[in-house]
Write a protein that binds this ligand. Sequence first.
Ligand SMILES: Nc1ncnc2c1ncn2[C@@H]1O[C@H](COP(=O)(O)OP(=O)(O)O)[C@@H](O)[C@H]1O
Ligand SMILES: [Mg+2]
Length: 273
Amino acid sequence: MRAIFELKNVGYQYTDTRKALSNINLSVPEGEILSIVGSNGSGKSTLLHLMCGLIYPMEGSIAYKGIEFQEKSFKKAAFNREFRSSIGFVFQNSDAQLFCPTVLDELIFGPLQLGYPKNLAIERADEVVRMLHLEAYTDRPSYMLSSGEKKRVAIGAVLTTNPEVLIFDEPMSGLDPKTRSFIIDLIFELSQVGKTIIVATHHLDLVDYLKSRVVVLSERHTIEKTGSSDEILSDTDLLINANLIAEYSHRHNGTVHKHLSLGFLSHRHGGKS
Ligand SMILES: Nc1ncnc2c1ncn2[C@@H]1O[C@H](COP(=O)(O)OP(=O)(O)O)[C@@H](O)[C@H]1O
Ligand SMILES: [Mg+2]
């Protein structure tokens, strides 16, 4: 399977003293679901921003379908168009992504930017509206929507251009349980139709649901380990070191117990939950 992204020794820092990523080597094959996990500040968003060409490596290289790219690559119209139409990025904060007067305008913005005729853009938007159950919102401004509705619109705005690669930054944050399960199902469906999907999260329950390959970023901003979700989630020392779980003390019937913060696994006392 060919690689969609190939990162070699990638490093990035925002200021002289603050490293965001160091020595990242990573290949993302076509059609894969990849989860990137790490605590706050470990570099997940930076890694996603590098992959979707919002920022560029300061060290090492990054290639898209075998073509190494840097800032100047986007001055070439053909590469720019191919890259921008193939990669959809769903921001962590939907408000950073949504800016049009209505939801429908939001949905057709991407296709119009790529030069689609308006009727085709509207056709695409209609499909996405049905898929994401946005029928009731098309005429409303997105700032009037709940965070779950905004997230669906933000995803919809990316899907109308039908990108090959979908990149989600913390897709579960701030959402109610129903929207979370909707998004998990949607990620699966998109994967089934052949999309390459990259998800950054610090929610281990999402990693458990997705059963994807997982890359763990450490607090030193490097890749600590890559493995299957089962391998990663059963490695307690790794998860503690990466600050993805912690140990808590609490009392049951006068006795102090220590528990790991693996919220998605029920904790047990002598065989009883
Ligand atoms: N725009 C920025 N300016 C300066 N430092 C930043 C900026 N964005 C992120 N950082 C720093 O880079 C590191 C990695 O951040 P980030 O990629 O946002 O991590 P994560 O998404 O895992 O929380 C952190 O130390 C963070 O403070
Ligand atoms: Mg982040």
